[in-house]
Design a protein around this ligand. Structure first.
Ligand SMILES: [Fe+2]
Length: 215
C-alpha cells in the first residue's frame, strides 16, 4: 500500500502505513508532480507552504461583509464510487467587488489569484468543505461569478476542473450551464440554500472525468 503525504517541497513516500515512521524525506522532484493537459497557474496548488491541510477550511475574511457560503462535497475516484482520499483542492476567487485583490505582501501566484484562496485536503471518505464569502463578478461583467478549482491527486497528477458557479446568476450562459464535457463530472453550478446566516451548497467531483490526457 502506498501513501503520499504532501508538504511544500517534500513528499514522503511510504511503502506501507506501518513503515511510515521510517520513511525517508525526499525532496520533491519535478517528475513527482505532473501537470495533466495545459493550465496557466495550476502550479499555485503547491503554494500552501508549511500549512497542514485539512478537509475543512475557511478562506480569509470570512467574517467580513458579504454573503457567507459553505460548500461541501465528496471527491470520487474515476470509477465514480470509491472515495478519493488525500486529494488537494486549490480554490481562489474574487472579492465581493469582483477583484482578485492583493493583501499583505503577495508573492508568486497570489499576485494574480489574490488573497482569497485556500487548499483543502479530502479526508478518508473523500469529503471536503470550505467556507467563504460569495465572490463578486468582474467589473467588466464578462463572466458569471465563479470560484476557480484545481485538483492535485496523491499520485502527483494535477489539473484544472470546472469552476464553481452560482445558480440564478444572470451572466451564466450555455457554456457554463451545459458544458459538452465538464471536467470533474458536472458543471459546478451551486444551488445555494439559506440556512440562517449561511448559504450552503454541495458539489461532488469525479477525478479525471473528461480531463484530456488523464490516464
Ligand atoms: Fe476568474
Amino acid at each position: 500500500m502506498y501513501c503520499i503525504l504532501y508538504d511544500l517541497t517534500i513528499i514522503l513516500f511510504c511503502t506501507s502505513l506501518s513503515l511510515c515512521t521510517s520513511c525517508a524525506q525526499v525532496v520533491m522532484q519535478p517528475q513527482a508532480a505532473r501537470l495533466i493537459g495545459t493550465c496557466e497557474g495550476c502550479e499555485a496548488i503547491f503554494e500552501f507552504g508549511q500549512k497542514t491541510l485539512s478537509a475543512v477550511d475557511t478562506l480569509p475574511d470570512f467574517d467580513k461583509k458579504g454573503q457567507k457560503v459553505r460548500v461541501s462535497g465528496t471527491v470520487y475516484q474515476p470509477d465514480g464510487t470509491t472515495p478519493g482520499a488525500g486529494v488537494i483542492l486549490y480554490i481562489y476567487h474574487t472579492n465581493p467587488e469582483g477583484l482578485y485583490e492583493n493583501k499583505y505582501q503577495a508573492t508568486n501566484w497570489e499576485r494574480r489569484h489574490g488573497y482569497l484562496r485556500a487548499w483543502i485536503k479530502t479526508d478518508l471518505d473523500g469529503k471536503y468543505t470550505f467556507y467563504t464569502r460569495k465572490p463578486g463578478v468582474y467589473p467588466s461583467r464578462t463572466e458569471p461569478a465563479h470560484i476557480h478549482l484545481t485538483v492535485l491527486e496523491p499520485n502527483g497528477g494535477y489539473y484544472w476542473v470546472e469552476s464553481y458557479y452560482f445558480a440564478n446568476d444572470s451572466l451564466l450562459t450555455a457554456k457554463e450551464i451545459e458544458p459538452v464535457a465538464p471536467r470533474g463530472g458536472n458543471n459546478g453550478i451551486l444551488n445555494l440554500k439559506n440556512e440562517g446566516e449561511i448559504w450552503t451548497a454541495s458539489r461532488d467531483l469525479i477525478l479525471g472525468k473528461n480531463v484530456a490526457g488523464y490516464e
